[in-house]
Design a protein around this ligand. Structure first.
Ligand code: SAM
Length: 291
């Protein structure tokens, strides 16, 4: 018989090894997220909040409920994702992006450039891309469109609003704060809101990288897929990378997170900078497009 894990800690709800494994298998199958053994406490505390919110008294009841209720299913997924992000996280990527946009704009001045942020979390990444484009083109309405997706609907709601606390933007320069945000007044003091022009460059939508159809219209000039692959195992990463190939324009850039590397998929991508990749073989790309 499995030992109830709560016997080792004083816990509000029983949480057995079987419950933990059931959670791991559900989230792995749905979102590709591989929860390590060491995440047991984190999982318990996130789940406990959902048990309280739904009035369930055991994890088993809660998980039975989750499997048959679409709304709670999404809450369950939202509860298990890790959404850490920041404006201009990994700043060197934005200098590389700026150079890339400049090159494209001078080669094809009339084309609208497109960028996909494939695990955007609460929006900071997509807004940093938008700010970079504004800088490059010297206008608040540059010819750049950004698609921003995530599996988590709760963070997408935050991203769509574009409202952030002052602490979230404290690393931005005063000049950029003035240029890209409106300061909250009265009850909204302590908050800033992204300017409508930047917001309008971005389409936010739910998309699961594990789904068979991402419903995205490529090809893109760049894909940001940062700090999400670390939650996936190598075969899952490989499949996603293969599917990125036809979604990038020739010479398009793929940005990865600081602790991610795609060397195991060198058939599809080769490094062209610190955690930046290009399609390895353009023939491979053409074949993927031709089917
Ligand atoms: C740590 S955040 C990274 C945010 C941003 N890309 C960055 O680097 O700052 C990881 C994001 O990946 C999202 N995520 C996890 N699994 C996903 C999946 N299967 N499909 C799409 N997004 C996923 C999470 O919801 C979370 O918002």
């Amino acid at each position: 018989m499995l030992e109830p894990l709560h016997s080792r800690f004083e816990r509000e709800f029983p949480f057995t090894a079987h419950d933990f494994n059931r959670v791991r298998s559900l989230i792995y199958r749905h979102a590709g997220i591989h929860l390590k053994e060491s995440k047991e406490h984190m999982v318990y505390s996130r789940l406990a909040r959902r048990l309280r919110a739904t009035g369930k008294s055991t994890c088993r009841d809660y998980l039975d409920y989750v499997e048959h209720d679409e709304v709670e299913w999404q809450n369950f997924v939202n509860a298990l994702t890790t959404n850490l992000t920041a404006f201009f996280r990994e700043p060197h990527h934005f200098s590389i992006l700026a150079e890339h946009l400049k090159r494209l704009a001078s080669a094809e001045p009339r084309r609208v450039l497109t960028i996909w942020s494939a695990a955007v979390s609460s929006g900071e990444e997509a807004y940093s891309v938008a700010m970079t484009a504004v800088e490059v083109f010297g206008t608040l309405t540059p010819p750049v469109k950004i698609l921003a997706t995530d599996v988590d609907t709760q963070v997408l709601r935050i991203a769509e609003k574009g409202v952030f606390t002052r602490e979230r933007v404290e690393k931005l320069s005063e000049a950029n704060l003035k240029r890209f945000f409106l300061k909250g007044q009265g009850a909204r003091a302590g908050f800033v809101k992204i300017r409508a022009e930047l917001r309008n460059m971005i389409t936010f939508r739910q998309s699961n990288l594990l789904a068979s159809d991402w419903q995205v219209n490529g090809p893109f000039d760049a894909i940001f897929c940062r700090n999400v692959m670390i939650y996936f195992d190598k075969p899952t990463q490989y499949q996603i990378l293969e599917r990125f190939v036809p979604l990038l324009r020739p010479h398009g850039l793929l940005f990865a997170g600081h602790s991610e590397n795609f060397h195991h998929a060198s058939r599809f991508f080769s490094a062209c900078g610190k955690t930046v990749y290009r399609v390895a073989d353009l023939t491979e790309r053409q074949e993927a497009i031709d089917g």
